[in-house]
Write a protein that binds this ligand. Sequence first.
Ligand code: N01
Length: 560
Amino acid sequence: MADEAAGPAEGGERFDAVVVGAGISGLYALHRLRELGLSVRVIEAGDDVGGTWYWNRYPGARCDIESMIYSYSWSHELEQDWTWSERYAAQPEILRYLEHVADRFDLRRDIRFGTRVTAAAFDEDEQRWAITTDGGDALAASFLVMATGCLSVPRLPDLPGIERFAGAAYHTGSWPHEPVDFAGKRVAVIGTGSSSVQVVPAVAETAAEVVVFQRTPAFSVPAWNGPLDAEAVRERKEHYSEYRRLARETGGGNPWHTRKESVHDETPEQQQREFEARYALGGFHLHAAYYDLFTDAEANDLLSDFVRDKIRRRVNDPELAELLCPYDYPLATKRMCVDTGYYEAFNRDNVRLVSVRDTPIEEITEAGLRVGGEELRFDVIVFATGFDAMTGALARIDIRGRGGELIRDKWAAGPRNYLGLTLSGFPNLFTITGPGSPSVLSNMMVSIEQHVDFVADCIAHMRDKGFTTVEPTPEAEDGWAEHVRALGEASLYPRAKSARSWYMGANVPGKPQVLLPYVGGVGRYRRECERVVERGYEGFAFGVRQARREAPAPVATQGL
Ligand code: N01
């Protein structure tokens, strides 16, 4: 459907599609849409590709999904040629991989780097998105694909005096490109989520002192990372398509199924054996021990007890171990962490923990932090304080649909969309791994590829049928919101609201507290999307542009 008018135009350049973000989603979206013959421009705030892996360069940064499955599946040659060095890849290796993909598929020529999209408005007459950037560019596109990431808006804590600190301060989510030397430095790390559990052991290697400020303890389990064995890589590559297929059918997008047994089907000895075996496998294998771990509070208690016991065994000082044990939310309802040596770092002489529940951080001073009336002096503060997750990046851009409605107004009481991908009133807009899709509860690679494929297939369908606009009906959106809500309510996830889970929007003051991701799993979600397509894009309304400056005629409404 290449727009005949694509190319330079009065008021800005014109493209068939504009993609916002050149991370894992944006790169694949560019490749897929180009394959359809569309003219595409990607706008990226960073100076190169990589998204999350471009920004999160802190020491110890590493993916907690296994590298051979946290990689693109859409090019057989790519997956055969690329060889990962470790079971869980570190940030520099993932970034090298994404740079390799950009080079190999000649993607950079369609990416404008160092540019942020500030606004996008749907022009109902022209049936195009008018997009503006912080560089003053104006672009027009038939389709707008938001590949802006779920964890791309770093959050600093609301602590008084934050601007006063005279030492160096870094947020893990926007880490400098130059190496940061911690040797001999006194370092404060605020936060104890996934970023902190990685940065603490790494910084402790050289720093004189690391003080970790903990508000809510995390559940963290060992990754058991290590070099990948050549024979295992060969075997995986030989059967790659089977692993990929399996990953797509499961709950979390990893190549293993959750067992069909309930915790209650087995004796305490069997449960213990099962948990031990999965703990020994590392990371998220533990989640798949029983099907009811995240819907049955008693089942979750057993797993939580098991992991607390492991934490106690990893920390030499029993009092400190107890302080590191979480008690106020069921395991995984606030993101479980996967670590290499996090708890063991507290056995070092140069690492200590301050519970800010007992002694709150009162203010940031020029020299450090005032805590419990005492000033603690630091050379460096590391803010491992998280993100305005899932909706933050979309709400920050002035995205206006029909009638000038802003996404952030539409979502004032919590996000509403259809399939986590499209919004009623916002034609031809797609959100990759948006709220209401499995996204952060899954291997993002699997979810991203499925979303980009859905978008590309939908655009191809429109081209075949001669449609020029697509958007979900309000009824379809309501139905999806109810489905997402009902699944969430039947799970234990809402119980982490009081523990400030970012899954619930509860880490950002004033943000509506609703469960953001779809908890039904990637396999079930994929089947929902396939069913929608099989029924002729059920729930979507397509339009055809009739003549210039005339309203589109609605031609097909596949009501739910
Ligand atoms: O952020 P977080 P993150 N005073 O929101 C604390 C992915 N990820 O960057 O819980 C004191 O989890 C806050 O305390 P509390 C992954 O999906 C993946 O670590 O609000 N503390 C919390 O402890 C992950 O879940 C990987 O009480 C304050 C911490 O800061 C997501 O990104 C690696 C505070 C924030 O934890 C986000 O992880 C890294 C204050 N005023 C990230 N304000 C891997 O793949 C906030 N906190 C391995």
